[in-house]
Design a protein around this ligand. Structure first.
Ligand code: F6P
Length: 323
């Protein structure tokens, strides 16, 4: 293998740049030519390629977002779009690709590799949601939970000052991992996640207990994909049974996607990026690089996207007992 490409795709995540840097520098170290594809699959279809050298990735390990930019490509879902992408990659002489992204990215990579098996693709898990199977942590998750925790801490101050109940919605369209760990870390009274059925009556009962025990405030973390609805809907339902409590809602939103990656993030992303290039050179393809119990793991794309990582019941218990 002489020439590889790298791209970032789907929702950006802090640490993607660190991963990108590792791919480029490892590739160069191994004597490969490295090409950056801008805006994920869109750039692949439009042949938006740039040659990467060691300098192209200088000073990016500390930056959130992605210098290659990202996109969600509808055209890549079509056969014609993928054919165009393949022709562009062949014309450029690319033999291997590192895809940094989440489930949509690996779904696309998997379809593409079935159609065009002569281009090897391996993936690095880049998503703040931590919802991929085969890795303990995805790139972006650690930073996102720290960002969420800091925001929740700020809200807690004002909640205490006014004796209020806050519903704080964090990201996680299909998964509650951000909610779970940011909730534990900020001492939230309850955490509502899509993985477990939300019982509004039970929630109200425990909030009432807090209220009558004169807790100065209560914080409920809601994952955006919770089965009982978003933070506004849940707050409405609770208000009906506790109209005497001063209730506020806060949606943290995209603030969780940006920001400087944490130290753990940068180290993990660097390791995954380096291992991804080594995997390509070892002849691996169609796998996501992850870390499980400190070791590097290789999970087929289909498995990484279809089998959701399970919620750790011990973490759910912490919320229950300590919240
Ligand atoms: O990156 C994953 C995620 O943050 C989800 O939790 C969220 O629902 C989604 O992205 C929103 O992304 P966008 O605004 O790019 O559609």
């Amino acid at each position: 293998m002489k020439k590889i490409a790298v791209f970032t795709s789907g929702g950006d995540a802090p640490g993607m740049n660190a991963c990108l840097r590792a791919v480029v520098r490892t590739g160069l170290h191994k004597g490969l030519e490295v090409v950056g594809i801008k805006r994920g699959y869109e750039g692949m279809i439009e042949r938006d390629f740039i040659a990467m050298n060691a300098h192209s990735v200088s000073g990016i390990i500390q930056q959130g977002g992605t210098i290659l930019q990202s996109a969600r490509s509808d055209r890549f879902r079509t056969e014609a779009g993928r054919k165009q992408a393949y022709e562009n990659l062949k014309a450029e002489g690319i033999e291997g690709i590192v895809a940094i992204g989440g489930d949509g990215t690996f779904t696309g990579a998997s379809v593409f590799m079935n159609e065009y098996p002569d281009i090897a693709i391996v993936g690095c898990p880049g998503t703040i949601d931590n919802d991929l199977y085969g890795t303990d942590f995805t790139i972006g998750y650690d930073t996102a939970i720290n960002t969420a925790m800091n925001a929740i801490d700020n809200i807690k101050d004002t909640a205490n000052a006014h004796n209020r109940l806050f519903f704080i919605e964090v990201m996680g369209r299909d998964a509650g991992f951000i909610a779970l760990r940011s909730g534990i870390a900020s001492g939230a009274e309850a955490v509502l996640v899509p993985e477990t059925k939300t019982n509004i009556d039970a929630l109200v009962a425990s909030l009432k207990e807090n209220f009558y025990n004169k807790k100065t405030s209560s914080i409920v973390i809601v994952a955006e994909g919770d089965d009982a609805g978003g933070a506004f809907e849940i707050a409405e339902a609770v208000k009906k049974q506790m109209d005497y409590y001063d209730i506020r809602v806060s949606i943290l939103g995209h603030v969780q996607r940006g920001g400087r990656p944490t130290a753990m993030e940068r180290v993990r992303a660097s390791r995954m990026g380096m291992e991804a290039v080594k995997a390509l050179l070892d002849g691996k393809k169609g796998v996501m690089i992850g870390t499980l119990h400190r070791d590097i793991s290789y999970t087929p794309f289909e498995k990484a996207i279809k089998h959701h990582q399970e919620m750790n019941p011990m973490l759910l218990e912490i919320v229950e007992v300590l919240g």
